[in-house]
Design a protein around this ligand. Structure first.
Ligand code: ANZ
Ligand code: ZN
Length: 828
């Protein structure tokens, strides 16, 4: 068979078959090598893989293959995040069962992934909709419940009338459902929650240990999401009542500037305060209106501030002044105490509110040497300054006053320092069918009872109707709902909510390490593999998935399933794949189908292009020319190798370093420079694009070298050496072509099993440099000279050169200007 034609189709299916038959990427804990866990975020089985997947998995595969060659025992698993809404939507629309739809998609997408030549250990494959997986998840749920980490409460939830489901705050984008983009409304429901707030501080502190391994911006996003605030809680007595109004402030230094109080419309004291007041009826309808406003909008700085006076007053604990109490839409019940001491002079929201309702503004902090007039202010003064109108604290800098006033209030027992978090508990209830059933039973005499382990898993019934209307299909499934109480055995009602699919993706990385364990996890295996050494996925998961997974790790640790505090040591967030400047999407009509790409050019080209066109964290601009270029490069590598084999049956050895001529030395040096560059680019920064371009340079050098007259027979040996280096270095990127070339070059074993090459430091040293010779500033010649050549010797060499001698002419040389290692200018 002629080897000159790069028949990628045959080559790729040959090696994919080889890897599968030889189970080349199966791993176990029984290895002498150090472990390396390389994980890509698993896909939702939507039906087909897209270019974003190709990029994500190509990046993961390079790292996995590189680490294997570096001598690590590499775990590189793959699976399916396979519960979720689209399966149910398909059931409604096309009348196929969600299970059938999902497993069909998985089967198809798996063949697509296999065509990419990804080095997964498929024996560990997980589909989260698998009975085994979600059954074990239910076990975890019950254990979390027993630990007090799960509870139920009534709460306002985001409700998408279109999907008929509760949405997490994070699934609401600009007041719209993240999936269907319809308007989201508020609805009160009984919900199950995970107590993630119990870990707020640990989740925050843990971010420190991830510094350096995670992108800084992801750490910042997580930190802001957790939102730790240090401040003071103060009780303001309510006039004529026994209760007082508790507020939380981070700016107790402004306490003398309080001119009104504001409460959340949901605050339990609101109705109490307005009772019997003249405007009671009117006010009730106002409250209802404010409560209905979207909570996102209410928090938004720019949105309209509104509220109303309750008719009640507080007494200022330091000045005894009477302070009117308002209800304000921008105060949220879920944060702090649900009430705020309002300081319009120093808080912008309070300022706008005060202006609107003509409440007085009192300045208590002003810039040094400057007087602020509250009448003239157009916005709140929020910077630091000196205290005024602040009793004993006048003249102090406000940061000092902040501590002193806090001390004073604590002494007087009207206030105490406290910490609040923005992080809320994780509402996991979904009124959907295609999810993991929550393993609870509601009994009229025993209350809510968890199912004992022997009654698990709670399987999803198969025979359900999907109408897309009303409650979830589970709630309408008679034999699912009706079940005896596990405690008293009287008829009871099964919980019909299923879990948020983020629950499944919060522990799958641990399950990969022990996919056969019966007791959710096998600690010895989990401990061997975790933490994940490198995690790769999209930035869209920066907050939720990553925070939930971090939370789950800590829970699993506290349940005795593992020891690692943090699940993901290093995180790489890859950019999007864009085309014509926009994210690929059906609506824009700019989608490139990976299948077509692969059948036209092969997987190696698809991989090479997606790794070469941009560094991983940047957006990748898809362009045909770039794909063509990658393909051409592989063909060039292919022809060079075939040419060598056809010319020579037996390759001579390359010359030893001391026998090399200048051009051989140059190629030899290039080989080692490339090894160094590729190793460092992968190792330090995952800059695969520059690694690949240095391999391309080496290929160019080989072509140049072979085009020269190389007198020594051993030169061929050096070319051969260089080509082999290209094949080895290219293996993590384009594994199929490299295995094939390795074989036809007559080398032993498979290249993927080879140790990664070392570079020769000695060879890196440039021994000669090119010197430019100028005469009166004009370039007239070039010399290749040894670096040790002295200035005098160089001058002599110039004066001896026939061509230069003529150009210099008979006149005297005035002087030589030397730029070391670069040029010599001869002034005549
Ligand atoms: C008085 C004050 C004066 C405030 C001032 C700020 C500036 P962070 O840093 O985000 O924690 N606040 C407290 N609870 C609230 C709630 N449930 N809804 C809306 N706002 C609330 O913010 C803490 C500040 O946010 C608190 O400090 C409080 O306003 C407000 F010149 O108290 B401050
Ligand atoms: Zn009971």
């Amino acid at each position: 068979m002629s080897k000159t034609y790069y028949d990628f189709k045959t080559i790729e299916s040959k090696w994919q078959k080889f890897w599968e038959e030889n189970q080349s990427f199966h791993v176990s804990e029984k290895s002498q090598r150090p472990k390396f866990y390389c994980l890509v975020m698993f896909p939702y089985p939507s039906g087909r893989i897209h270019m974003g997947h190709v990029r994500n998995y190509a990046i993961g595969d390079v790292i996995a293959r590189y680490k294997r060659m570096k001598g690590f025992n590499v775990l590189h698993p793959m699976g399916w995040d396979s519960f979720g809404l689209p399966a149910e939507n398909a059931a409604i629309k096309h009348n196929v069962h969600p299970s059938e739809w999902t497993y069909d998609n998985i089967a198809f997408m798996k063949t697509q992934l296999k065509k990419m030549g990804l080095s997964y250990d498929w024996s560990r494959e997980i589909a989260t909709c698998n009975e085994e997986y979600y059954g074990l998840e239910q076990k975890l749920f019950v254990r979390m419940y027993e630990k007090g980490l799960v509870y139920k409460r009534k709460s306002f939830v985001n409700w998408c009338p279109d999907c008929e489901t509760v949405l997490a705050n994070e699934q609401v984008v600009d007041g719209q459902c993240w999936r269907c983009e319809n308007e989201v409304v508020q609805k009160e429901l009984e919900q199950w929650f995970f107590k993630i707030t119990a870990y707020a501080d640990e989740l925050l502190k843990g971010l420190e240990s991830l510094r350096g391994g995670w992108p800084e911006r992801v750490l910042t996003m997580q930190k802001n999401w957790i939102g730790k605030s240090i401040g003071v809680e103060v009780a303001f007595p309510i006039e004529g009542k026994k209760e007082s109004l508790k507020i939380f402030t981070t700016r107790i230094d402004t306490v003398y500037g309080v001119t009104f109080m504001s409460m959340a419309p949901e605050h339990p004291l609101v109705l109490e305060l307005i009772k019997g007041k003249a405007q009671e009826g009117e006010v009730r309808s106002q409250i209802e209106r404010l409560r209905k406003q979207d909570r996102r909008d209410r928090m938004d700085e720019t949105s309209e501030k509104e509220g109303f006076f309750t008719g009640a007053y507080c007494l200022h604990p330091l000045t005894q002044e009477k302070i009117p109490i308002y209800v304000a839409n921008f105060v949220l019940m879920e944060y702090g105490t649900g009430a705020v001491m309002a300081v319009p002079a120093h808080d912008q929201r309070d300022f706008e509110f005060a202006k609107k309702y003509r409440i007085s503004i009192k300045v208590v902090i002003q810039p040094q040497g400057q007087a602020l007039n509250s009448e003239m202010m157009t916005e709140a003064y929020v910077s630091e300054g000196v205290q005024i109108h602040s009793g004993a604290f006048d003249g102090m800098m406000n940061d000092e006053a902040l501590e002193k006033i806090a001390d004073f209030l604590e002494e007087k027992k009207v206030g105490k320092r406290s910490i609040h978090y923005k992080l809320r508990d994780w509402g996991i209830s979904r009124q959907r069918y295609w999810g993991s059933p929550i393993p609870m039973v509601h009994c009229s005499s025993c209350g809510t009872v968890p199912l004992p382990e022997k009654d698990l898993p709670v399987l999803l019934p198969k025979d359900v109707k999907f109408t897309g209307k009303g409650a979830s299909p589970l709630a309408e499934h008679f034999s699912f709902v009706n079940t005896p109480c596990p405690k008293c055995h009287q008829p009871a009602r099964r919980e019909t909510d299923t879990m948020d699919t983020f629950v499944e993706s919060s522990w799958y990385f641990a399950r990969y390490t022990c996919p056969d364990a019966l007791d959710p996890l096998d600690i010895s295996k989990v401990d061997y593999w975790l933490p994940v050494d490198q995690y790769i996925g999209g930035i869209e998961h920066a907050v939720l998935h990553l925070l939930y997974s971090r939370f789950f790790s800590k829970v699993l640790r506290d349940l005795g399933f593992l020891h690692a505090d943090e699940p993901f040591q290093r995180l790489l967030t890859q950019g999007m794949v864009i085309k014509d400047g926009a994210k690929m999407s059906k609506s824009k009509g700019n989608v490139v189908d990976p299948d077509e790409l692969i059948s036209q050019y092969g997987a190696d080209t698809a991989r090479l292009f997606s790794l070469f066109a941009a560094p991983p964290e940047k957006d990748l601009d898809w362009n045909e020319a770039g794909v063509e270029g990658s393909f051409r490069f592989l063909k060039r590598v292919w022809s060079k190798a075939s040419e060598l084999i056809e010319e020579n049956v037996k390759m001579p050895l390359p010359p030893s370093l001391d026998q090399m001529n200048e051009s051989e030395k140059k190629l030899y040096r290039k080989i080692h420079q490339t090894i160094k560059k590729v190793s460092e680019d992968i190792e330090d920064s995952y800059h695969f694009n520059t690694a690949i371009s240095s391999i391309m340079e080496l290929v160019n050098e080989i072509y140049l070298f072979d085009a020269q007259q190389n007198p020594q027979e051993s030169s061929k040996g050096l070319s051969f050496e260089a080509v082999k280096t290209v094949v080895i270095l290219l293996t993590p990127f384009c594994p199929h072509i490299c295995e094939e070339l390795w074989e036809i070059l007559g080398e032993k074993g498979t290249v993927g099993k080879l140790p990664w090459p070392h570079w020769d430091d000695q060879a890196l040293k440039e021994e000669t440099v090119e010197m430019v010779v100028q005469i009166n500033g004009k370039v007239r010649g070039r010399f290749q000279v040894h670096v040790s050549l002295g200035q005098a010797e160089l001058e002599a060499k110039i004066l001896e050169d026939e061509k230069l001698k003529k150009l210099i002419g008979p006149g005297p040389v005035k002087r030589f200007v030397h730029v070391p290692r670069k040029l010599v200018n001869v002034i005549v």
